[in-house]
Design a protein around this ligand. Sequence first.
Ligand SMILES: Nc1ncnc2c1ncn2[C@@H]1O[C@H](COP(=O)(O)OP(=O)(O)O)[C@@H](O)[C@H]1O
Ligand SMILES: [Mg+2]
Length: 264
Amino acid sequence: MTASEHDAAPATSNISVRRGDPLVVIENVQKHYGDFQALSDIDLTVNRGEVVVVIGPSGSGKSTLCRTINRLETITSGTISVDGKELPKEGKSLAALRADVGMVFQSFNLFAHLTILDNVTIGPIKVKGMKRAEAEKLARELLDRVGVAHQADKLPAQLSGGQQQRVAIARALAMKPKVMLFDEPTSALDPEMINEVLDVMVGLAQDGMTMIVVTHEMGFARKAADRVVFMADGRIVEEAAPDEFFTNAKSDRAKDFLSKLITH
Ligand SMILES: Nc1ncnc2c1ncn2[C@@H]1O[C@H](COP(=O)(O)OP(=O)(O)O)[C@@H](O)[C@H]1O
Ligand SMILES: [Mg+2]
């Protein structure tokens, strides 16, 4: 199914309505740090155009999962493929894979000494060999899309946290990724800046971007997610459509987690 066919489909979130063909396929993945097993028996398929929210207590393996998907971490066993290609161990194909998988972290990780514009152009120029003029045109379009076009010549420190995180999203998009990973993108932000970042993410989801989003923002999950995946102790314990998960979680672990989330 293409993105445009998907656009014509009803906008209901329902896990039985999958959007496209499998884009990220994770099969029987185990991940150890030394003796400690951080991921156990992970099976997860994310289809093209799908938005999956990953939720779970601190230490449950959410960041590890994201980091294995773009190979910032190796896995102990199992397979992860992106768009039909199994993750390479290293070398040129790894750089290509990283370009396919955009990542936005909790801490914005912009290059402090580069302007906003240069933060967005550096990937396309250095990794993809794009001409500077073309990269700048693309960067300005993306900065406009995330609402910070007028900040292009500033340094990151001159921007608010919310603006910096939106630049980080633009920087990831500049590589034209097939899937975007977000690891608690709003957790380091002051409350008044959370929505400006979530709004950009909702827009991306509506435009058909495939997204894996670690967040505890239930409003985002309800608005944008097709599926919620709940992790605990390195395992996927439960998955469901957002409304189903938030109103009718099945496992005790998820119920316990949600009760704490709501009372704080
Ligand atoms: N580089 C590492 N070395 C050793 N243990 C790690 C490392 N990174 C994460 N862990 C451990 O793996 C578990 C999962 O961590 P993480 O994926 O960061 O969880 P989450 O993002 O859900 O909070 C935690 O117990 C954490 O201490
Ligand atoms: Mg984490």
